[in-house]
Design a binder for this molecule. Structure first.
Ligand code: GUN
Ligand code: FE
Length: 421
């Protein structure tokens, strides 16, 4: 048991920030024991790490990104989704058949999460089960908590990535069996998106979802050409969400990235099933996909997380994603003033406790929460004596960067820069 001392800020409720200036967080094993101004009497003898005037905030959660696409950051930015996949993304992903290649590239991905204070992440890899396992093993060593998926795709994709359905399902089962009892890095079912999955594939994955009560991640309603194509491929379905639903792939452990061009019935369906809509504003701007109806979906009770969606998105930093989510929301507000726009406190909640809830009691400093935290030294960003803690947090999120993050804790332990030798 030990305690951290500093200026504590977290969001227990969406839209509200809790501040304990010059306070203590007690950590018992992996979890928060208490947050208080002075050290409670019963704990007078425990070790206290004193971070002085620094800020202590929950770690960031990235609920959607693609590990093999980190090498493409900044490329293909004149393309929209379908040509972007065919011309840039699929050829890159093919390279991850090679174990040595994947090892080198995935080491960089993990270092980037560490650097930017992403303490929890949910990732796509590629169709290659062997190198998906490489990422699982490396991530497990790093101390960062993650869900990692081996991608399934058996239709409408280039031959060099197109899988045999039976083999893909068998490999996915093996991947699950091998990793389901891991400490920090768990498997997640990962149909790429409807256009690259046959009915047999979706059916097989739905069966695995039921058998393992497995989490699921995919993409939905990102791009208008994609949506038209889904309508042609699955004319029997009411809408895009209905395709996933027919195969049992929408549940309270499902992440659906993008959710931009949503029919009202689809929003209702996601809310009813407890699905998480993962907002990836930077990717949505870069690929000219559109603006997610974020505020209406929040109003209707859909659970929300943020995703960097590299390499549709070009940054890993969840602070930058928070800022862009607020900016895009304000642009949408101009056309739809009745929706209001995303506040700073709401964005901070989504980046921490909102996304963290996918992992359990994560993303807050309430008692019993797993202790994931970042210590922020913002002395270089302005005159701290003249600002309150919420102003200082806002300033860090808008103009700070990874250099301001001076310590990272996950599940109660301070983690060190990842090494893979
Ligand atoms: N839809 C299907 N695959 C992808 C992908 O890799 N990135 C994004 N942004 N959308 C997708
Ligand atoms: Fe994506």
């Amino acid at each position: 048991m030990y305690a951290l001392k500093g200026n504590i800020i977290y969001a227990a409720e969406c839209g509200e920030l809790t501040v304990v200036q010059n306070g203590h967080i007690g950590v018992d094993g992996e979890r928060v024991a208490f947050v208080s101004g002075t050290l409670p009497k019963a704990y007078q003898d425990i070790e206290v790490k004193d971070y002085g005037d620094r800020l202590i905030i929950p770690g960031f959660c990235d609920l959607h990104t693609h590990a093999p696409q980190f090498e493409n950051i900044g490329l293909g930015m004149n393309l929209q989704l379908l040509p972007w996949l065919n011309q840039l993304t699929f050829p890159t992903e093919a390279k991850y058949a090679d174990k040595a290649y994947a090892k080198e590239k995935y080491a960089h991905v993990i270092s980037e999460f560490y650097r930017f204070g992403t303490t929890r992440a949910v990732l796509f890899t590629t169709v290659h089960e062997e190198t998906a396992q490489v990422l699982v093993d490396m991530m497990e060593k790093s101390g960062i908590c993650a869900y990692i998926g081996k991608v399934n795709m058996d239709s409408n994709c280039p031959e060099f990535l197109c899988e045999d359905t039976e083999k893909s399902l068998a490999e996915t089962r093996a991947f699950f069996e091998r990793n389901k009892d891991n400490q920090n890095v768990k498997p997640i079912l990962t149909p790429r998106f409807v256009p690259t999955c046959s009915r047999e594939m979706l059916k097989g994955l739905g069966k695995l979802a039921a058998e393992y009560h497995a989490p699921v991640q995919s993409h939905i309603n990102e791009n208008l050409d994609e949506i038209r194509w889904v309508g042609e491929l699955f004319p029997e379905a009411e809408h895009y969400a209905d395709v996933y639903d027919r195969y049992g792939l929408l549940n309270d452990k499902t992440l659906m990235a993008h959710c931009i061009h949503m029919k009202p019935e689809e929003i209702e369906m996601l809310a009813e099933r407890g699905v998480y809509a993962v907002h990836c504003p930077q990717s949505n701007v870069n690929l000219a996909s559109g603006m997610m109806p974020l505020k209406p979906m929040m109003e209707q009770g859909v659970r929300i997380g943020f995703g960097s969606d590299v390499s549709g998105g070009h940054v890993v930093s969840m602070s930058e994603i928070m800022v862009l989510a607020m900016q895009v929301s304000k642009l949408r507000y101009q056309q739809n003033p009745e929706e209001g726009f995303l506040s700073f406190a709401e964005a901070f909640y989504i980046a921490t406790k909102g996304g963290g809830s996918f992992f359990g009691k994560v993303g807050s400093f309430e008692p019993e929460y797993e202790f994931d935290a970042l210590v922020i030294d913002d002395a270089s960003l302005g005159k701290n004596g003249e600002s309150d803690m919420i102003e200082r947090l806002s300033r860090f999120v808008y103009k700070g960067d990874d250099r301001n993050i001076v310590a990272r804790f996950i599940k109660g332990r301070e983690i060190q820069p990842p090494r893979f030798d």
